[in-house]
Structure formats: structure tokens, C-alpha cells
Design a protein around this ligand. Sequence first.
Ligand code: NAG
Length: 296
Amino acid sequence: MAPLFRIIICLLAAEVFADQTPAFDRSEVPSVTWPDWMSYLPDYLPLSSLAIPGTHDTMAFYGGNLAECQCWRLPNQYKAGIRFLDIRCRHYQDRLPIHHGISYQRTDFPMVLNDTVTFLMEHPMETVMMRVKEEYDPYQNTRSFYKSVDEAVKQVGEQWFLRTTRLPTLGEARGKIVILQDFSAGGEGPAFGPPYPGSMSISDAYQVNDDAVKWTEVLRHLNVAQNGDPERPFLTYTSGVHWLLYPPETLARKINPRVYEYLKGKAVGAKRSVGVVIMDFPGAELVREIILDNWK
Ligand SMILES: *[C@@H]1O[C@H](CO)[C@@H](O)[C@H](O)[C@H]1NC(C)=O
């Protein structure tokens, strides 16, 4: 093969398989960080009106290519600018280990809260929206999932949580965790936060047979968000899976760059932001581009 041709092939392969690109990242540390971006926005803004970068299955680091969705540890996700988390806990002997389906993720809900509070102590102008969902089969419990969450919340300190059932303004939420409650309170006590999905508009087409169809759906919902009520939360999951064609990483390599190009091309003067964008393996430049949407 002619050397020049060979070099071109290598460059193409490097682009397709690279671990760190602007929109997709499979390495451990984000290439750029923006740990205090919310401090530049005014208090009166409803949280629902903001463009917020999020991660799907935030703590899914182990279990093979069908289970793994992220590679930045939680403190690095926060530094990059991620402010929406998708936390899946199994209820196991009254504890809350993090799971993705059957795969145990070698950490638990109290550790997630610990990392989050540590971040909020250092960055008190930020807020974190945390979807909390019960995952996989419960096993040998003496109390409800609600009670186990309650215990973890009390252990880290209730002052770190904003317990409201409507989505607050940024000013009300600063320095706090807003739990989006994706489990039943079962009459055992007050809600931890707004119900998920509740009145949110959510696009989460995670069973993917064709990446072009998935992208069409993502784009459709980003447009719905931008024409929507600023008081209503819009959540768009760019993530998805097909057991053979699209492990989460493969799909992220195809979808994330399209989201990135779309946002870079978006003009200033939009009615409202794209809302919450929830991704697998986001690149730090993509996270940044979502944040910048707050000034368009
Ligand atoms: C997090 O865990 C460490 C180690 O156990 C502990 O020293 C620290 O106080 C905890 N932080 C919070 C905010 O709970």
C-alpha cells in the first residue's frame, strides 16, 4: 500500500476508535472542566428552563460492553459540568448497592451522596438533580426501599436536600441535591422530591435498531423542548442499546457527535433551552456545548 494511503487509513481509524474526542470520551479524565458554570446564571431561573448535561446510568462502569455506560468517576463528571444523575439502586439486605441490571457496580448510594456533598461543599452555587430508581430484584429486606433511601439521606445530612415536589428555581436549589423520585413513597412519609416522570416530558428510546432512527427521535425531542413551557422539565436521553449492533459505547460514538454538531450550529435567540440532555460516554466539549446553550 502507498504510504500516504496507509497514513490516511490510520487517521480515519484513529477518529473512529479514539478514546477521547470532543463529543465522545472513553478515557478517565475529561479534557476540559467547568465545575462552577451555574454560578454564572441568575437565581430566578426555573431549573426546568436550563440546559443541563446529564449522564444515563451514571455509575455504570462494570459488567462488560452491554452494561458499561460511563468511564468518568463521579467527581470528574461534576468537574466536567454534569448536573443530572441517573442513580439505580438495588435493594439488597436493607442496603442500596448501585446496579445496572444484574451488574453490581462496586459502590452504593451513600457513596454517591458522599461524593455529591463533597462537590457541593466546594461549589456551593451548583445544584444536582438526581433521579433515584429501584433497579433489579429486591433481596432479603426487612423494610421498604423508601426507608432505606431515608436512612441514607439522614446519614449524609438532610440539609443537603431540597425536599419540594415541584422543580425549584436555581436560587432555591443552589448547594442542594434535588431528588427526582422514581420509586413509590408507599404512604410511608413525605416525598423526597418531584416525582419522576411526573409531568416531565421525557424521550428515552433506549431500544435501538438503527442509529439514524434514534438520532431522529433525539432531534425531535430537542425541538419539542425548545418550543416548550419553561416551567416544564424536558429530558432527552441520547443513550440506547442493541445487544449485538449497538453496545452503549458504539451508539454513543454515533449519536454524541451529532448532538455536538447540532448544538454548535444552533443560533442565538432560541425561545428556551434544550433542557436536560442525558448521555453515555459524553465528551467534555459536548458537555460544554450543552452548558453554553443557556446563553443562547
Ligand atoms: C465521606 O466519606 C469520608 C470517608 O468515610 C468521610 O470522612 C466524610 O466525612 C464523608 N463526607 C460526607 C459529606 O459525608
